[in-house]
Design a protein around this ligand. Sequence first.
Ligand code: SF4
Ligand code: SF4
Ligand code: SF4
Length: 571
Amino acid sequence: MVNLKINNIPVTVPEGTTILEAARLAHVEIPTLCYLKDVACVGSCRMCLVEATGARGLVAACVYPVSEGMEVKTNTEKCRKSRKMSLELLLSKHKKECLACERAGNCELQRLSTEYGCDPNHFEGEPLDHPLDESAPYVVRDRDKCINCNRCVAACKKQSVGAIGPIGRGYNVHVGSAFEMSLMESVCVGCGQCIVACPVGALKERTTVDSVWEAIADPEKKVVFFTAPSVRATLGEAFGLPVGTNVEGKMVAAIRRLGNVEVFNMDVTADLTIMEEAYELVSRIKNGETLPMFTSCCPGWVKFVEQKYPDFIPNLSTCKSPQEMFGALLKTYYCEKNGIDPKNLYVVSVIPCTAKKYECTRPEMNGEVDTALTTRELARMIKTAGIKFADLPDEEFDNPFATATGGGAIFGATGGVMEAALRVAAKLLDGNFEVVDFPEVRGTSPIKEATYSVAGVTVRVAVASGLANAAEILDGIKAGTRHYDFVEIMACPGGCVNGGGQPTLPDSVRNNVNLKGLRAKALYSADKENTLRASDESPVMAQVYGEYFGSQGSHKAHEVLHTHYTANKRI
Ligand code: SF4
Ligand code: SF4
Ligand code: SF4
């Protein structure tokens, strides 16, 4: 252990701790911009410069290790002047559109510039006029707002995708894709982890909010919303509620107040996905077909396989994601039942995810979901409509797609799809099977493994979140060092609760709060409180199979609820 003082506060920390980490233990906040816990730590922005005995000049607290007897001062005139100059240099080449920027009020550069009393025009920069990269249907990149902190680059590298990196030299250095390719031409999979890592408004989702407002105002259109399992565990953050607050009832009430719309529960098609996926798994096991089977509900993961590991396409479940199953269910069963022309049904999904914006543009999906809004976009619509979110009463989803099981609820957290599928698959193997909890696949560990035996059948499973961990699993299977029957992969670390469309929280929160754990806890609590735990107990499943699909894996179910994938190898 090492003893030191930070602003005269004694603190004892393990050897190798950085000054920044030690300061947090002493409850001293040091400003940062390029640092992001567990993602990026390069010491390039110079915001965390501090004075420390034994060091020559100012040192970057995020990378400088503590030493015995060290005295650190974080708030001297020298530190403040240095930080202010660094900020004013960043502002000299920053497109200052704060009045209209989506990150205004939630921008780390704006907050620090205000706190340090910066003059945004102190240094005259060169004029900025680079075109936006709007090539992808899920993200917009504005180079003129980028401060070259490289947090997005680190986030993408951590995903083992590496679609973006620093390009150029000196004043011209900027973040982009190899050979200045657009994002859509690059190996990007659309996970949006770069967006939630960005401290400013240089990256944002490609918004479709205006199209939704137009549809709501169109008397010819019937507008239906459905919300993904994890959105209820995060939307409250956009309205100042604590991380991990389940706001399902207020979320439904808020959407209903946007106009003449119906609000459905996407946990219902999470249940439907499980009904089909569990049946597919058991069929593959019984018929000796391709194993391991991979989940297919995450479009970022599916794109990763298509582009980087196309040999594994036969391993992907043919089930559509819950988003696309809902679109298909609404444009077929629901329209037929209610005499609605599918052309007049405008389907809006609310998702934690930017990859799902891309997914609904895939040709195989036939435009069944008209548009997908991120949690952030929904929050903006609620604010624009002047709805006082915190004061809303709790309201229920609309029938016939209101009731779902706990298995549907946990879809939003890593391990949730696996657990929900095991609940149903085990019953398909052994009609008397009663276990509903599979704790071995819960939690935020990057890779989880377990082996279960049901009715004489052994099922080896693995769960991974984050694409670098997915790659480790795929490489292991290829090399013959890993052996599984069923694998769940979510592109985002921690699963959809930590998706690229979730509320952007400042580094002061991200560095100190267990976002993934707290948000997941809200979903597991909902599961525990639900009297229906396994997807096959849902009355809505009984209804849609009874009235429309017949049975799991039927011809009709395949026609409406399943899809195919296409190899698209990219380097
Ligand atoms: S969306 Fe994901 S894959 Fe694409 S650049 Fe961002 S982090 Fe990389
Ligand atoms: S796009 Fe955002 S995260 Fe990436 S380097 Fe620029 S400011 Fe940093
Ligand atoms: S883990 Fe969830 S939020 Fe992330 S890309 Fe996959 S589906 Fe989207």
